[in-house]
Design a protein around this ligand. Structure first.
Ligand SMILES: NC(=O)c1ccc[n+]([C@@H]2O[C@H](COP(=O)([O-])OP(=O)(O)OC[C@H]3O[C@@H](n4cnc5c(N)ncnc54)[C@H](O)[C@@H]3O)[C@@H](O)[C@H]2O)c1
Ligand SMILES: N[C@H](CO)Cc1c[nH]c[nH+]1
Ligand SMILES: [Zn+2]
Length: 432
């Protein structure tokens, strides 16, 4: 069962601090193994991909080819029923709509010294999208990663997805086509990340790699950073639910389990001001676990990392939420808007009793790739800006150079950089 805390207990601060410091990811050191895999892909290219895929995914790429063909993608549609396809189309359209609003604007103006100054946004030339395929497959994550890239204007979008024993979820391929992915390769793990970063005979390198994955994928992304850009390294899922006693305990229990079923290392936390309601939610979690297909995973997550925090007043909840900085925060209280305004550190906030986090996972339109492990204190969810970069633009004429140049020369002299000083003075015809 989840641990219980009460802000009125004398040991609360110590226990809450321990909860914040908890490491939920495997401590196993995968870095050395990943470094070796990356080195092999750099040296041997496709041959390393073929060998490592045989070893880790039990698939012979000599038989299937590394690339997924357009015919295979088209054939996948026939394996998806119409209702599921319609749901995918709705999700795609809403994610597209919402992310279109994130497109940044360029800026160009002339300041009071006559300097023409501004900034311009351009997309990265190519992006690699890692789609996990080890233990579960996530068509929704294909859309969440690919759509913002398309909205940003990325010209070449490359997807990698492991195909264990040759199996590929047809909905993943259908989602890739819907979102406009250009190339798909049936490889996974650190070798796929290395191929995207350095290229092989078959795969041209990309300039940015995004997408969630297991510890090997995360370590590989960290190791290739610099050669390519990466998004955040998102870890196991988490949710904090702030709820008053007016909720149906079964609804709140369902929300806690929706996160717990992702991963044994996922974390679900309830904050409430009513002890009897807390008991009722815990009871509902137990009864729902009895019929949950992924009960083993959800049970492990709830028992090992779940928590129920009792507060004297819900006014205490926003500060606790900020300290937890969760990936997802649900606020199911009568004054949900008021509490929402008081929280600043959360990846995404779901406001009110009728906004389960799961709607954000699939069809709301907001992105479900969000910062975990308290990184919402400094990071944001995946969005259009992750696929763009900003270039500043300056244009001076003789007069504006005369207006600004002398100050630049003074600062250059102060830094002992004479060539810098001369680069200005030579244009202003000033003496050496
Ligand atoms: N935050 C999100 O939005 C989000 C969404 C979906 C999934 N996820 C997370 O992504 C992860 C997916 O993990 P997964 O394992 O199912 O799939 P995965 O595709 O990330 O990993 C499978 C690959 O791992 C490599 N691998 C496995 N064992 C290895 C070993 N011993 N040595 C070297 N390489 C090895 C293999 O190459 C294999 O192809 C989960 O933790 C899940 O919670 C997060
Ligand atoms: N909740 C996950 C992100 O934390 C995303 C997801 C995909 N499918 C279902 N849920
Ligand atoms: Zn989810």
């Amino acid at each position: 069962m989840a641990q219980r805390l009460d802000t009125r207990d004398r040991d609360f601060e110590a226990r809450f601090t321990a909860l914040l410091g908890e490491k939920r990811e495997s401590a196993a050191d995968v870095n050395d193994a990943v470094a070796k895999i990356i080195a092999r892909v750099r040296e041997e290219g496709d041959a390393a991909l073929i060998d490592l895929t045989r070893q880790f995914d039990r698939l012979d790429l000599n038989e299937t080819g590394i690339a997924v063909s357009a015919d295979e993608v088209d054939a996948a549609r026939a394996q998806v029923d119409d209702a599921t396809f319609a749901a995918l189309e709705l999700a795609n359209a809403r994610i597209l709509d919402h992310h279109s609003r994130q497109r940044p604007g360029d800026d160009r103006y002339t300041d009071d010294r006559g300097v023409d100054i501004g900034q311009r946004w351009t997309p990265v030339a190519s992006a690699g999208l890692y789609v996990p395929g080890g233990t579960a497959s996530y068509p929704s994550s294909v859309l969440m990663n690919a759509v913002p890239a398309k909205v940003a204007g990325v010209k070449r979008l490359v997807m990698v997805v492991p195909s264990r024993r040759g199996e590929l979820n047809p909905l993943v391929l259908v989602a890739a086509k819907l979102a406009g992915v250009d190339e798909i390769y049936r490889i996974g793990g650190a070798q796929a990340v290395a191929a995207l970063a350095f290229g092989t005979e078959t795969i041209k390198p990309v300039v940015k790699i995004v997408g969630p994955g297991n510890a090997y994928v995360a370590a590989a992304k960290r190791q290739v950073f610099g050669q390519v850009g990466i998004d955040m390294v998102a870890g196991p899922s988490e949710v904090v639910v702030i709820a008053d006693a007016e909720n149906d305990p079964a609804w709140i229990a369902a929300d806690l389990l929706a996160q717990a079923e992702h991963d044994a290392a996922a974390q679900s936390i309830l904050i409430t001001d009513d002890a009897a309601f807390a008991d009722a939610v815990i009871e509902a979690v137990e009864s729902q676990l009895a019929t949950l297909p992924r009960a083993e995973t959800a049970r492990a997550s709830w028992d090992d990392f779940g928590a129920v925090i009792l507060v004297a007043s819900l006014d205490e909840a926003p500060a606790l939420a900020d300290r937890l900085a969760p990936e997802h925060l649900e606020i199911a209280t009568g004054n949900a808007d008021e509490l929402t305004a008081k929280v600043s550190d959360a990846g995404a906030i779901f406001v009110g009793r009728y906004t389960p986090e799961v709607i954000g996972d699939y069809v709301a339109g907001t992105n479900h790739v969000l910062p975990t492990a308290r990184s919402a204190r400094f990071a944001s969810g995946l969005g259009v800006l992750d696929f763009m970069k900003r270039t500043s633009i300056l244009k001076l004429d003789a007069d504006s150079l005369k207006a600004l140049g002398p100050s630049a020369m003074s600062l250059a002299r102060a830094e002992g950089l004479e060539a810098h000083r001369r680069s200005v003075s030579i244009r202003l015809n000033l003496p050496e």
